[in-house]
Design a protein around this ligand. Structure first.
Ligand code: ADP
Length: 636
């Protein structure tokens, strides 16, 4: 039975607790990564927003310059520079792409301009054009992710220039709407399809690591390796599982002549990434075929981009733009200065500003760890509490279950015992009564003996039934006592003198001893004499039943200050140590097998203790030196 309860405990309590704890440990381990991911996702959205707004700003810059550029050529340059702060050094190309303005010897700024861009504008040198890799390899990416390929008309190899157009369409927030509107006008359904394909390619590239890997491999094989970036974002790196060095750029580059870049277009911006930094060139085709343009004023451009930054520093993050050298456009004063090449998340800004990054940093880099620690502390505490309460509750349930089982077992053996006890006297009563009824025994002495046995056995029956009834009454709290002044010595003597003849007849040596001063008349104890006599009777009857060979019973009364102690001593078998704590429980018998020669109900001591306690006293068992038991009643 206990084994079964053990298994039950393991299954219902230990196993679920262990599972719970294992789950919690797993969750805790992932906590830091999870918090970092959440933060990274939030900051990435901000960074993306910033990068998009830089792209839009560059388009606005281009529009503004196109709108203000002089139609007349070099004649309007002075006014253009004056009215449009974005204009740095203007230039003019003839229709056959010869540099007509500025001329050497005009001024320091012009000389510098010619040194930087002269060869390129005059068509004698190529310059680098950057393209989003997802757009450059759109036609390879789309089939690999199962997207529909474009209609044949649009499926021409994506050149850098065409890619730039579709990029502008795709990355514009309302690209779809615009494209649809265009289609409705019947102008370019083809353009709409291209924009959609571009968008699909970009998102496939963003979301699928395998697509990214393939695209980079293709770029490599085509001799267009992406340049490494200026920064190593820590959150992105963790996700990609790359341990060393900055991740590759999303832009692939291509060398083109100015003529090729301008082919088929009316205006544009061209980034010139030179050793000393980036210069943006604006150009616009005039109606007569000449080209006007300018090198943008770097300070003014930076100022306009700086104006795009949302509040740069919050308690959580610092958001900023990094230029081509990895220097922040804006940096809050910090001590020690932070390493801006290691942002938390970052994105490249635009094809037109290669190597520029929109980057976010954690204001407090230890935040993720400390948040994770706090979260795991809370989780551990909860798990601890839960486990303790599950285990504690389970143990309590099992304990009461075990107690119930024990009680049920004792009640069963109680019924068996009581039936047995009822049957024995009933059998002898019936036997003697039948013998008398049939009148077979004529000897009057024998007949009196039979009658005596019948009376004695009936008494025994009555005692047994009374005991069961007493117990029921006590158990239900229906017992009522007749309290009154009482002399313990008289009580002991009375009970003992009643029992003495019978005990002595059975060979017991019975003694009584009272110590201490006798109380003044009126008594010092208040109690119900009948109930207390019942207690003594039960103890005497146990001493008699469990005495075995050494038949000595002693009753001692000790009077002390405020206390009366009555002891019933025998020289019987005593109580085994393990049984002592159950001794006073109802139905408990140290040996409750049916083969036990001593009959009993397991109620005598339970009843006795209940009565003593109802008197404010205590009934205890003490082992007796030299063998035997001491049952001690203490009355206040
Ligand atoms: P019962 O005697 O009817 O079995 P009790 O409640 O009087 O029930 O006693 C409970 C058990 O305590 C007994 O079954 C017996 O094992 C043990 N016991 C009681 N009194 C003595 C005693 N004087 N000596 C040895 N064992 C005793």
């Amino acid at each position: 039975m206990n084994r079964r309860l053990g298994w039950l405990f393991a299954l219902a309590v230990i196993l679920p607790s262990a599972l719970l704890a294992a789950l919690a440990v797993r969750a805790i381990r992932r906590e830091e990564a999870f918090i970092e991911k959440q933060l990274a996702a939030g900051l990435d959205a901000e960074v993306l927003q910033l990068a998009a707004s830089v792209g839009e700003e560059l388009r606005r810059v281009e529009e503004a310059l196109a709108g203000s550029a002089p139609q007349s050529g070099a004649g309007g340059f002075a006014a253009w520079r004056k009215d449009t702060p974005l204009v740095g050094v203007p230039f003019l190309l003839t229709a056959s792409y010869d540099l007509a303005w500025p001329r050497p010897g005009q001024g320091a700024a012009e000389r510098e301009f010619l040194r930087r861009h002269g060869e390129f504008l005059a068509g004698r040198q190529q310059s680098t054009v950057y393209t989003n890799i997802a757009l450059a390899f759109r036609d390879q990416i789309l089939p690999s992710v199962g997207a529909e390929t474009e209609p044949p008309a649009a499926a021409a190899p994506a050149s850098a220039v065409e890619a730039e157009e579709t990029r502008a369409a795709a990355l514009e927030p309302e690209a779809d709407e615009q494209a649809k509107a265009g289609a409705r006008e019947g102008k370019s359904a083809e353009k709409a399809a291209k924009a959609e394909a571009a968008q699909q390619a970009v998102s496939a590239f963003e979301s699928d690591r395998e697509v990214r890997r393939k695209a980079y491999a293709q770029a490599e094989s085509k001799g267009q390796p992406p340049a490494p970036r200026n920064v190593s974002p820590s959150a992105v790196q963790a996700e990609e599982g790359e341990a060393t060095g900055p991740p590759p750029s999303v832009f692939v580059s291509e060398q083109l002549h100015f003529r090729e870049m301008a082919a088929g277009r009316q205006s544009g911006l061209i980034p010139r990434l030179l050793e000393e930094g980036i210069w943006l060139l604006f150009w616009k085709r005039l109606p007569d075929g000449r080209i006007v343009g300018c090198q943008l004023d770097a300070g003014e451009l930076r100022a306009r981009l700086l104006g795009l930054l949302p509040p740069a520093a919050t308690p959580v993050r610092i958001l900023t733009l990094l230029d081509e050298r990895g220097q922040p456009l804006f940096a809050p004063v910090e001590d020690p200065p932070r390493d801006y090449r290691r942002p938390f998340v970052a994105r490249e800004v635009s094809e037109l500003l290669p190597r520029w990054e929109a980057a976010a940093y954690l204001t407090d880099p230890a935040m993720v760890a400390s948040r994770a620690r706090l979260a795991s502390l809370i989780l551990w505490t909860l798990v601890g509490l839960l486990t303790v309460s599950i285990a504690g509750g389970g143990a309590l349930v099992l304990r009461s279950l075990a107690a119930e089982v024990r009680l049920a077992r004792q009640k069963t053996s109680f019924v068996a015992n009581v039936s047995h006890e009822l049957k024995t006297p009933l059998t002898s009563i019936r036997m003697y009564a039948e013998m008398l009824q049939e009148g077979r025994q004529r000897d009057p002495k024998r007949r009196r003996q039979y009658l005596g046995t019948i009376v004695e056995e009936s008494r025994r029956l009555t005692r047994l039934v009374n005991r069961v009834l007493d117990f029921a009454r006590l158990d239900q709290g229906r017992q009522s006592y007749a309290f009154g002044p009482l002399d313990p010595e008289a009580l002991c003597r009375g009970v003992l003198e009643n029992e003495r003849p019978r005990l002595e007849q059975e060979g017991f040596a019975v003694s009584f001893e009272a110590r201490g001063r006798r109380p003044p008349a009126g008594g010092e104890v208040r109690g119900d004499p009948e109930a207390l006599a019942q207690v003594l009777l039960n103890l005497l009857s146990n001493a008699e039943k469990y005495s075995g060979g050494r038949r000595e019973i002693a009753v001692e009364l000790a009077r002390e200050a405020g206390k009366n102690r009555i002891r019933v001593l025998d020289r019987g078998r005593g109580i085994p140590p393990g049984a002592v704590r159950h001794l006073f429980k109802e139905f408990y018998r140290a040996d409750d097998s049916l083969t036990n020669p001593v009959q009993g109900s397991g109620l005598g001591l339970a009843i006795a203790r209940r009565i003593v306690r109802d008197h404010g006293g205590e009934l205890e068992y003490l082992p007796r030196a030299g063998g035997g038991s001491i049952f001690q009643v203490e009355l206040p």
